[in-house]
Design a protein around this ligand. Sequence first.
Ligand code: PEP
Ligand code: MN
Length: 351
Amino acid sequence: MIIVMKLDASDSQLMEVCQQLENMGYQHHLIRGVERLVIGAVGEAKLNGKEILETMPAVEKVLPVRHPFKLVSREFKPEDSVVWVGGNKEMGGIPVGGEEIVVMAGPCAVENREQIQSAAQLIKASGGRILRGGAFKPRTSPYTFQGLAEKGLQLLAEAGQKAGLPVVSEVINPEDVDVVAQYTDLLQIGARNMQNFALLRRVGRISKPVLLKRGLASTIEEWLMAAEYIVAEGNSQVILCERGIRTFETYTRNTLDLSAVPVVKHLSHLPVIVDPSHATGKWRWVQPMALAAIASGADGLLVEVHPDPAKALSDGPQSLNPAKFDRLIETLIPVVKAVGRELNLSQQQPA
Ligand code: PEP
Ligand code: MN
């Protein structure tokens, strides 16, 4: 439930309400909106307590949350959330979910120093603002390239620093969360792990933002419930990523569910980005679906780009080459303008 506080509620009255909620068995989360202060109460409380809370002097009203997801819902927080990647504004971080559209790009996997450094430079030059690169790869076959693990993270961090780009990489094991958090600015939970609840809880206890991809066969509600696991542990910095779902269609690798973008933006305050690369599986369909994603209201893109896709150790067929990535950004600009937004092209200074 949501406890809306009166505008003149004092700090001690706020503490009293929080204490009352604890006594009832609820966990509480303070949400400071532009206009009002609300307390989100979640958990398996023994008693409902609506009437008791409504008699407290600083409480304006108590509202139930209709959805099973609570902290991530718009009912809890009507304003859009902005997630900062690579530090706050003063630190030169990148905001995701605000006015500006952000492009995250890079190879499927970090392969060697030269490959990731050249990717970082070309992505920066074309207008990408966050560098991606897998080090722990969740491959369908155990016999294909599994990633360079910690060495890959080191190379990714080094390339990101040189180019002045924050970096994102996937974590697939709860035991690896600390090492991935050490080298990256944004931790990715892949589609295959969207309901790995131990992993969700673990990234919910760190202080870095999390990119949560939609599961291959997950409903929007299951996806938002997965985000709820992270936020319920205390980490509210979650970015959602639609990356296509399994349908009967086999011509494309997955079916990009673009209707999920406005639906999720309606249901949740969290930023939503789209990955047209894993959604389609072929470079040819990446650019049109990227434009469509921005038109549908997405806050950004996650695109696979490789300096030489023919030589890629994973996902070469869906990777854009440097010229195609440059073209994608060029064609994106008028679409971004058409939806009344700006493309984040701000120049960060390389470290
Ligand atoms: C990835 O982004 O590297 C990836 C494996 O994507 P997904 O989890 O969406 O398949
Ligand atoms: Mn990939």
